[in-house]
Ligand binder design. Structure first.
Ligand code: MV4
Length: 481
C-alpha cells in the first residue's frame, strides 16, 4: 500500500463500519468471490454491500492499489501482473474461493466470464458460478451451434453456411451461392475476432485460409463458417434475464453501433433506429433465442439490423456486459443484483409487462488512449481526477487522483452514463458531463466523445457500424486535443 495516495492504512474505509451498517442478507449466498478487476469488480462489490453479502477480491500484483481491493471485505493476491498469471488462473481463483469459504463466484466480463470449463469447475466444487450453466456457455461459445440452435427456434439469422465448412472447394461453392460480399467467421470467435470479408472467388480463396489459420492460432479451433456480408448494419443487442424457474424476460435493447475495431465507444438505449413494432418483434425473438439455449441468468442477444429494418441474430454473450448500466438506467433494474438473486435460486420478481422503459441513457466508455494517435494506449499515473456529477449522471470507475493505470490490461478507466427523459436531454447531458470530466496525466477518449456528441450524424440518430471510420476520416485529429 506504500505507493497509494490513500496512505499506509489498508483502506480509507474501515470494513468494520461497513459491516455494521449492512442490511440483513436474505439470500443463501453469504459471500462472493469477484474474479475480476477494475470498474466491474467495484460495481459488484457495491451491489453485494447493498445486499449484505460479503465480498472477497482477488487481485494481481499490478492491482495492489485498486479500489476494489480496498472496498472488498477481504482480498487475496493471486499472482503476477499478466492476466495469464492471475485473472485467468482458474486454479488459483478456485483455491482462493475454498480458502475463504465463499458460496459463489462472480466472473464479471472478459477474463474467465465465458469460459465453460471454469464454470464447470465451479459447479464441480460446489461453488455457484454467477452466470449461466456451463453447458449454455459451451453451446453459445460455438457460434455455428448457437446460430443453428436459435434458427430452429424461429429466430432470423444471416443467410450463410449450415455450420462449419472444412474444405476450400465446398466453401467457395457456398460463397457463390450466398453471393458476394461474404464474411468468414471463426466458430470459436465472437466480438469481431477472427473475421474476414471476401468480395470475389479470388479474394475468398485467400481469406478462407487466412481465417482458418488465424482461428487455429487464436482459439485452437480452425473451424470457420460463412455468412452474407451485411453492409453498414446497426449493432443492436437485447438484454435478457432468465431465472432458474423457466421465466425469461427482455429489458430492451442497446444500440452499440459506435465502435472502432470492435471496441465499443458509445452505447445507448433505446436505439434511435427502432420503431415500437420492430422493438417488440426483436424482443420476442431475443427471448426465443435465450429459451432455445436453456439460458439462465443475465445474457445478451446480438443482432445486426440493416437499413430496411431486417434483423439477424449473430451471437449470444453469456455474461454481464460492459454497457449494462445503460439498461439499468432506462429500466431502473439493478442487473448485478438480479444476477445474484437468480444464482441464489430466486424467482424473477417481475413479468415482461412490469418492465417499463421510461428514460433514455447514453454511455461513453472512457479509455486511456490517444484518439489523435490511432488510439494508442496511454497508461501512466493520473494526476488530477475529477468526475462529473449532478442530475442524470452516473460514473462507474475505479480510478482516482494518483492512481497508476497498469499497462497489462485493457485501457478502459471508466464509464460515463448520462440519462434523462428524452434522447435530446441525454445528449446534452453527455456533452455537459464530458466537459466537466477532468483526467490529467494520461490521454483519454473524452475529447473525441465530446466531438461525437456534437456531430449532426450522431445527433440525428443515423450512426451505423460504419460511422466511426467515417467520422475519423472527416475529423481533423486536433479536434481531440
Ligand atoms: C457481421 C457484419 C456484417 N455481416 N456479419 C462484428 C462483431 C461481431 N459480433 C459481428 N460483427 C459483424 N458481423 C455479417 N454477416 C458486420 C460486423 C461488424 C460489426 C458488427 C457490429 C458492430 C461493429 C461492426 C464493425 C464491423 C463489422
Amino acid at each position: 500500500m506504500a505507493d497509494s495516495i490513500l496512505g499506509d492504512s489498508a483502506s480509507l474505509w474501515p470494513a468494520q463500519e461497513q459491516r455494521a451498517r449492512s442490511p440483513k442478507n436474505t439470500t443463501m449466498i453469504q459471500k462472493i468471490l469477484i474474479a475480476n478487476r477494475g470498474e466491474i469488480a467495484l460495481r459488484i462489490v457495491r451491489a453485494c454491500r447493498e445486499l449484505g453479502i460479503k465480498t472477497l477480491a482477488v487481485y494481481s500484483e499490478a492491482d495492489v492499489q485498486s479500489l476494489h481491493v480496498q472496498l472488498a471485505d477481504e482480498a487475496i493476491c493471486i499472482g503476477g501482473p499478466r492476466s495469464a498469471d492471475s485473472y485467468l488462473r482458474a486454479d488459483r481463483i478456485i483455491a482462493a474461493a475454498e480458502i475463504a469459504d465463499v458460496d459463489a463466484i462472480h466472473p464479471g466480463y472478459g477474463f474467465l466470464s465465458e469460459n465453460a470449463k471454469f464454470a464447470q469447475q465451479c459447479e464441480t466444487c460446489g461453488i455457484k458460478f454467477i452466470g449461466p450453466k456451463s453447458e449454455s456457455i459451451r453451446m453459445m461459445g460455438d457460434k455455428a451451434i448457437a446460430k443453428d440452435t436459435v434458427r430452429k427456434a424461429g429466430v432470423p439469422i444471416v443467410p450463410g453456411s449450415d455450420g462449419p465448412i472444412d474444405t476450400e472447394g465446398e466453401a467457395v461453392k457456398i460463397a457463390r451461392k450466398i453471393g458476394y460480399p461474404v464474411i468468414i467467421k471463426a466458430v470459436a470467435g465472437g466480438g469481431g475476432r477472427g473475421m474476414r470479408i471476401a468480395h470475389n472467388d479470388v479474394s475468398f480463396a485467400k481469406e478462407y485460409h487466412v481465417a482458418r489459420n488465424e482461428a487455429e492460432k487464436a482459439f485452437g479451433n480452425g473451424q470457420v463458417y460463412i455468412e452474407k456480408y451485411i453492409e453498414r448494419p446497426r449493432h443492436i443487442e437485447f438484454q435478457i434475464l432468465a431465472d432458474a424457474h423457466g421465466h425469461t424476460v427482455h429489458l430492451g435493447e442497446r444500440d452499440c453501433s459506435v465502435q472502432r475495431r470492435h471496441q465499443k465507444l458509445i452505447e445507448e438505449s433505446p436505439s434511435p433506429f427502432l420503431t415500437p413494432s420492430l422493438r417488440k418483434t426483436m424482443g420476442k425473438a431475443a427471448i426465443k433465442a435465450a429459451v432455445a439455449a436453456g439460458y439462465e441468468n443475465a445474457g445478451t442477444i446480438e443482432f445486426l439490423v440493416d437499413a430496411k429494418g431486417n434483423f439477424y441474430f449473430i451471437e449470444m454473450n453469456t455474461r454481464i456486459q460492459v454497457e449494462h448500466p445503460v439498461t439499468e438506467e432506462v429500466t431502473g433494474i439493478d442487473l448485478i443484483k438480479q444476477q445474484i438473486r437468480i444464482a441464489n435460486g430466486e424467482k424473477l420478481g417481475f413479468d415482461q409487462g412490469d418492465i417499463t422503459f421510461t428514460k433514455h441513457a447514453i454511455e461513453c466508455r472512457i479509455n486511456a488512449e490517444d484518439p489523435a494517435r490511432n488510439f494508442t494506449p496511454s497508461p501512466g499515473t493520473i494526476g488530477l481526477y475529477y468526475a462529473p456529477g449532478g442530475h442524470g449522471v452516473r460514473v462507474d470507475s475505479h480510478v482516482y487522483s494518483g492512481y497508476t493505470i497498469p499497462s497489462h490490461y485493457d485501457s478502459m478507466i471508466g464509464k460515463l452514463i448520462c440519462f434523462g427523459s428524452t434522447r435530446k436531454i441525454a445528449l446534452e447531458r453527455s456533452y455537459r458531463a464530458l466537459s466537466e470530466y477532468l483526467i490529467r496525466g494520461v490521454k483519454t477518449t473524452i475529447p473525441l466523445q465530446k466531438a461525437i456528441m456534437s456531430d449532426p450524424t450522431f445527433i440525428e440518430g443515423k450512426a451505423t457500424t460504419a460511422y466511426m471510420d467515417d467520422f475519423m476520416s472527416r475529423t481533423p485529429p486536433d479536434l481531440f486535443l
